[in-house]
Design a protein around this ligand. Sequence first.
Ligand code: PLP
Length: 357
Amino acid sequence: MIKATLRPARTGLERTEYRDIPLYQPDFRPAEIALHDNTNRFGVPPTALAALRDSALDAVCRYPAPYADELKRALASYTGVDAPHLATGCGSDDVIDSAIRAVSAPGDALAHVDPTFPMVPLFARMNGLAPVAVPLTAEHDLDAEAMLATGARVIYLCSPNNPTGGALSAAAIERVVAEAPGLVILDEAYAEFMDKDATWFRRAPQLERLLVTRTLSKTFGLAGLRIGYAAAAPGLAREVEKSRGPFKVGTVAARAAVAALDHDRDWVAASIRAMIESRTRFVSELRARGIASLPSQANFVLVPVSDAAATAAATRAAGVAVRPFPKLSGLGDAVRITIGPWSEMDAALRALEQAPR
Ligand SMILES: *Cc1c(COP(=O)(O)O)cnc(C)c1O
């Protein structure tokens, strides 16, 4: 949760656009079962862990490669997109922020689907852009017409969308990419959980105005390493790296990421299969209890409730952290629940049963 109360004391030096931007302050209290941030609950890729344990002194006393060449080599092999079409960053957050800055000027607009990843309107404001929220349709899909009508310099789409969980329709994305006046950022943080043929990452290099972002934080279980990446036409990828600046991916993180990308693909695939099995069972157990959830192609489900804060407080008291989303556009209150191994989902079910909904 971003708490409106967390505003730093005024110094008189602050940049005007930053005055109403709070620090990011989610509920950091440790929970026995942490189903609030969509990270991989099935563990850490084993080769990545070994690479971290083996990282020697040479990895810490020298600067990393300015633009993470070896990481891009491994990402190219994993994704099938050549290295010149890739950009990396300190998490995909950094890639999104840098991409916005690379193509816009203060005063421009950034239009985003709503509800979506809450960092995006903040990144817009941090770069002096005006965020414009474009509500999803009643089917939780992209409204291409309304999105294009904004004429925004930057359009942000997320598929599968966080926090609703469903993929945006290909036809609507296709139309926005074809007709957008500026950059389209498509956030595929959860794309590895959905049908591979329906993703856009490999198409981005051929589409001048499309940048598709991904991350090692979710499917790969490496959120603490802070590694994100994107595919785009080569000119755009270089502009994003320019805007991002050099040395944003640390040596130790890059080594572990390369190890995971080169050697832990089977582990990742197995954890995706286990998550899908767990999600299918969780959704049907919810349904059996009369609890509705939105259709999900990601590693989380969204459950509409009447008071998100009350539901989240009650499940947390039972040892299960879920993420409350009060007042989502078109949906009202909801809680987002990350899908983990069945033992954790079983605990989540029991906590939800007891919680006010
Ligand atoms: C978690 C998440 C990210 C952040 O990824 P990092 O690579 O950890 O910065 C980006 N986009 C969406 C939609 C997410 O849910």
